[in-house]
Write a protein that binds this ligand. Structure first.
Ligand code: DX5
Ligand code: ZN
Length: 221
């Protein structure tokens, strides 16, 4: 099975957003980073921009909510066109209910872990999600370096998912590039977010293919 590549539009040229989204048409998902200036020290976009992104692509939108009070917002993001909705375990006191809300809206629930949060924090909700996102940078900004302790978390989670016979994708977000994706894939990840690693290159399609090839080769090994 080929790994999935999800370019993060955080590093795209927002003045030409529709064209930038079209230019990553060979990817598997479009990763959309929503930041509220409270949960993370940066502010990005909301449902109106997501509606515009949805109009520009047929790819599924993988929406990463880095916001407080996520439970009050999931319906708005579902309506705006999100296909996968990721909420942070650190910002959801009623995580089980929030994930159920996403499922009830007909969308794929994803739970997200900050770099310091152990995998055990989401063990109980594992059967309730389609995807777990392991942050390999502290959320808030593109262009940061991959935090190596994410690798052990990916290995632990891979074992947990396989031992329980679940079909949950492991996604990794932060500092993923062509030159390190193999190591992360070998740890057991399925979906790779890459912002500056794609939008910082000249030929997005070529970079997406290189990421997918390197990740798939290492995953199969
Ligand atoms: C960080 C975001 C990431 C970001 C990744 O808070 O969640 O999706 O865009 O950017 P790179 O790939 O440049 O580390
Ligand atoms: Zn993200």
């Amino acid at each position: 099975m080929p790994v999935k590549i999800a370019p993060s539009i955080l590093s795209a040229d927002f003045g030409r957003l529709a064209d930038e989204v079209k230019a990553i048409g060979s990817a598997d998902y479009v990763h959309v980073d929503v930041m509220d200036g409270h949960f993370v020290p940066n502010l990005t976009i909301g449902p109106i921009v997501i509606e515009a992104v949805k109009r520009a692509t047929k790819l599924p939108l993988d929406v990463h909510l880095m916001i407080e009070n996520a439970e009050q917002w999931v319906a708005a993001y579902a309506k705006a066109g999100a296909d996968i909705i990721g909420v942070h375990v650190e910002s959801c006191p009623h995580l089980h209910r929030t994930l159920a809300q996403i499922k009830d809206l007909g969308k794929k629930p994803c739970v997200v872990l900050n770099p310091h949060t152990p995998v055990s924090a989401i063990e109980v909700v594992l059967p309730d999600v389609a995807q777990v996102l392991i942050m390999s940078v502290n959320p808030g900004f593109g262009g940061q370096s991959f935090i190596p302790s994410a690798l052990d978390k990916i290995r632990t989670l891979r074992k947990m998912i396989d031992a329980r016979g679940l079909t949950v994708d492991i996604e990794v977000d932060g500092g993923i590039k062509v030159d390190n994706i193999a190591e992360v894939a070998a740890a057991g990840a399925d979906v790779f977010v890459s912002g500056s690693g794609v939008f910082g290159t000249k030929d997005y399609a070529q970079t997406i293919a290189a990421l997918r090839d390197a990740g798939t080769a290492a995953r199969g090994a």
